[in-house]
Design a protein around this ligand. Structure first.
Ligand SMILES: Cc1cc2nc3c(=O)[nH]c(=O)nc-3n(C[C@H](O)[C@H](O)[C@H](O)COP(=O)(O)OP(=O)(O)OC[C@H]3O[C@@H](n4cnc5c(N)ncnc54)[C@H](O)[C@@H]3O)c2cc1C
Length: 494
């Protein structure tokens, strides 16, 4: 059927009706069709933000700051979603933090743009990337204004400059706390255990869709919520759903995940698709190279890329380096999967230490020793081979040149005890694809029209990161499009 004919068909079929498909309620998979006038709204709100991760909490703050009256709906009993797991590195160029605190004067929006496009194999939407890389600088300034300490700025994989900002000393949990406290200061209500089951969207005779409200399960009670001004969908990615990951990339069947399996489940994105929302890059799913690897195979968590940024190196179980440690995630992951038994070991020392290492030791994921020989025994490596590879690497650091892999940032040798080793393996990490939005955070339908009053931000959206998201660009995305969507949504008439 041609586009025009299909649109006419849709018009005829659904003009003046509301569709509310119950997509995740237990025992209910059928669509419910009812007349727009016949919905009995249980309550009316001004603006609803769905999700309490980085994107949702940011959107809520800027919604209120711009004159709207938002309420946050969160399906879990906990605030923060996957964002609390995050290490919260945030990429931004031309910030006062880079310039005034760390003397980094040679970075630019343009370089950040180029790195992001290159990292995504130029499959990214250029207008979205331009908006992100220009606007993220204001996101950093806003975070500064609400008290973010920004203790560090480091290199991250795929970046040519040091632009990954540590937002707080407490990683993702610290940033969630900062944003959540801000919502409390702004007196924004947050309803936990409030699961948005579906969107109520009407379509006019020209096929233009408009958000009317939500069908929700609040603490076990189903109800219809009319939303006068706007809905901002900030429900995160679908990397916690093995079934959806396999649907969009069958080659990833059976992988472990770095995500919460009860938060990043993608059902709100599916409901929006069901109502005609378009998607971008839905098949691009990222595996992160460094999920911890334990002998029991249990309790694995993501080992931050920041360790490689501060000077750890990757070796295989034959004590050979095999990749440029700071290369893109997909490149490093693919290289690890080619090594014997498909895993690698991160090696560091006092010089390359990063605060998270202490947590990893406590969790039994990292090993510490006073000599390289002792370290080798703890992780079943050949002691002589480990000493040899480290001394060779230290020689490269001294010479300022890595003839094997051309590693950047060759400033720290692995010289002084304590020495550290962390076995790692690739795992599902980030879903680059999701709802298609424009540069103002408005959700776009399959015909290229915006769905009025429907906005989205954060990992539920697609198109920004292309095939491969650079470390530090998701937090940038959540904070920036969370703010931009909220600013635009606040302009809607209530
Ligand atoms: C271990 C780890 C480390 C990371 N480190 C970094 C990093 O250093 N830098 C970086 O840039 N990125 C990093 N990322 C990625 C980044 O943290 C995430 O992309 C980001 O936190 C996603 O935020 P979000 O607000 O979009 O979604 P989330 O934080 O996942 O929040 C979504 C919320 O929506 C709720 N929700 C979902 N569906 C519904 C529904 N139907 N009704 C109501 N509520 C719903 C969920 O319960 C959840 O609380 C990391 C990710 C992980 C997993």
């Amino acid at each position: 059927m041609s586009d025009i004919k299909r649109r006419d068909f849709i018009k005829g079929a659904v003009a003046s009706v509301v569709t509310a498909g119950i997509f995740s309620a237990p025992n209910a998979s059928a669509q419910v069709f009812c007349n727009a006038d016949k919905i009995k709204w249980d309550e009316t709100l001004d603006t609803v933000i769905i999700g309490s991760g980085f994107a949702g909490l940011t959107a809520a703050c800027h919604s209120k700051l711009n004159g709207a009256d938002p309420v946050i709906f969160e399906k879990r009993a906990l605030v923060g979603g996957n964002s609390v797991l995050s290490t919260a590195w945030l990429n931004a160029a031309e910030t006062t933090v880079q310039r005034d605190k760390f003397g980094i004067m040679d970075d630019s929006h343009e370089l950040h743009y180029q790195d992001t496009m290159k990292g995504g194999d130029f499959k990214n939407d250029p207008a979205m990337v331009k908006k992100l890389t220009d606007e993220v600088t204001n996101s950093v300034e806003w975070l500064k204004s609400i008290g973010a300490p920004f203790p560090k700025v480091i290199f991250m994989g795929g970046a040519v400059k040091k632009r990954a900002h540590a937002v707080s000393n407490e990683y993702g949990g610290g940033l969630v706390k900062l944003l959540y406290n801000q919502t409390k200061e702004l007196k924004i209500p947050l309803r936990k255990k409030t699961n948005v089951l579906d969107f109520v969207i009407v379509e006019d005779k020209d096929g233009i869709k408009e958000m009317q409200g939500l069908y929700v399960d609040q603490n076990g009670k189903k109800k219809y919520v009319r939303v006068k001004r706007a809905v901002i969908v900030a429900t995160g990615g679908f990397g916690g759903s093995a079934e959806m990951v396999e649907r969009y990339d069958p080659s990833l069947k059976g992988y472990a995940t770095t995500n919460f399996t009860d938060a990043s489940t993608g059902e709100a994105m599916v409901a929006a698709m069901d109502k005609g929302a378009d998607t971008a890059g839905i098949n691009y799913i990222q595996i992160h190279p460094t999920l911890s690897r334990t002998e029991s195979g249990k309790g694995n968590i993501l080992i931050t890329e920041g360790l490689r940024g501060t000077g750890f190196i990757l070796i295989n179980n034959q004590c050979k380096r095999f990749v440029m440690d700071l290369d893109r995630r997909d490149v490093v992951s693919a290289a690890i999967l080619q090594q014997p038994q498909k895993y690698a070991i991160l090696i560091g020392s006092q010089e390359t230490y990063e605060g998270k290492v202490a947590d990893y030791i406590k969790l039994g994921l990292a090993f510490e020793a006073n000599t390289l020989q002792e370290l080798a025994q703890k992780v079943k490596l050949d002691p002589a081979a480990l000493v040899e590879v480290i001394s060779e690497y230290n020689g490269y650091v001294k010479a300022g040149k890595d003839p094997q892999f051309n590693r950047r940032d060759l400033t720290k040798p692995i010289l002084t005890a304590p020495f550290y080793a962390i076995p790692v393996q690739p795992a599902i990490h980030h879903t680059m694809g999701g709802l298609r939005i424009n540069t103002e955070g408005q959700v776009v339908d399959v015909h290229g029209n915006i769905i009025k009053r429907m906005y989205a931000a954060g990992e539920v959206t697609g198109g920004i990161h292309g095939t491969n998201r650079l470390g530090g660009n998701a937090v940038a995305d959540c904070l920036t499009f969370g703010r931009l969507a909220a600013q635009r949504a606040a302009k809607e008439k209530a």
